[in-house]
Design a binder for this molecule. Structure first.
Ligand code: CAA
Length: 261
């Protein structure tokens, strides 16, 4: 892979968009490589992913403006679909994904972060949907996910004005969960991912599925989705072990890692 790096660290995998010269802008090759990287993640061992950008300046500065500049209507639609398909794969990826936003997250970069389950960022992070200033709409899910995350009013303001916001404002409106000094960001991401990875993996996956799928339907249907996924946990060895461990009154016992079974 030329533009996407993958590094495993036990149960935590880190994906890095690695096109630093263009501030990690997303061209078709980056999108293809991200897609292939996700397909190659070993879900038997990896329980949480971190997604970040190479270098100290940018997470992802958007879709590649050079590549987009000559697109026809049909090609524009196809490029939007290409990005949307990969981002949807990420959003519905079986295990949680934490975006560690280490700088610019503009346009497709903000959209990429929003396709992750959780966003944390460095103090130098900048978020925005600058597309209308370029004569286009957000095209990798921004019109949909930003409104769902921060509410329609704030999303419309950000998108119509094309104004970028800094980390503190992104935190205030709920676009990111936490802001850290830049040199602490990856350690904090690893710490959070490690905390997720030590919980029962099937239960964590079922939580992701229940939240994602439940948000797309009305509450009556949503609670049925939850019931099925809750019930499914009772077929797992990890549920039997987790509850037996709690009920065991022997204070000397040491909790074993969950088996993902
Ligand atoms: N596409 C292609 N190249 C990009 C890029 C992008 N989105 N963002 C940055 N680059 C390139 C620059 O062209 C420049 O390349 P050269 O060195 O070859 O000239 C290099 O990255 C460094 O960028 P700058 O010199 O501009 O760096 P800066 O520090 O002065 O500015 C910035 C940083 C404010 C992020 C600025 O680069 C910028 O505004 N980038 C574009 C941001 C943007 O508009 N993103 C949205 C794109 S549209 C989109 O994403 C559509 C969608 O929803 C799918």
């Amino acid at each position: 892979m030329e533009f996407v790096l993958y590094e495993g660290n036990g149960a935590v995998g880190t994906i890095t968009i690695n096109r630093e010269k263009a501030l990690n802008a997303l061209n078709s090759q980056v999108l293809d490589e991200l897609d292939a990287t996700l397909d190659a993640v070993d879900l038997e061992t990896v329980r949480c992913l971190i997604l970040t950008g190479a270098g100290a300046k940018s997470f992802v500065a958007g879709a590649d403006i050079g590549e987009m500049s000559t697109l026809t209507k049909a090609e524009g639609e196809a490029f939007g679909k290409k990005g949307n398909d990969v981002f949807r794969k990420l959003e519905t990826f079986p295990i949680p994904v934490i975006a560690a936003v280490n700088g610019f997250a503009l346009g497709g970069g903000c959209e990429l972060a929003m396709s992750c389950d959780i966003r944390i960022c460095a103090e130098n992070a900048v978020f925005g949907q600058p597309e209308v200033g370029l004569g286009i709409t957000p095209g990798f899910g921004g019109t949909q996910r930003l409104a769902r995350l921060v509410g329609a009013g704030m999303a419309k303001q950000m998108i119509y004005t094309a104004r970028n916001i800094k980390a503190d404002e992104a935190y205030r409106i709920g676009l990111v969960n936490a802001v850290y000094p830049a040199d602490e960001l990856m350690a904090q991401a690893q710490k959070m991912a490690g905390g997720i990875a030590k919980n029962a993996p099937i239960a964590v996956r079922n939580c992701k599925k229940a939240i994602n799928e439940g948000l797309d339907v009305d509450m009556d249907k949503a609670i049925v989705i939850e019931e099925k996924l809750f019930g499914g946990c009772f077929e797992t060895e990890d549920q039997k072990y987790g509850m037996a461990f709690f009920l065991d009154k022997n204070k000397e016992k040491v909790k074993e890692p969950f088996q993902n079974r």
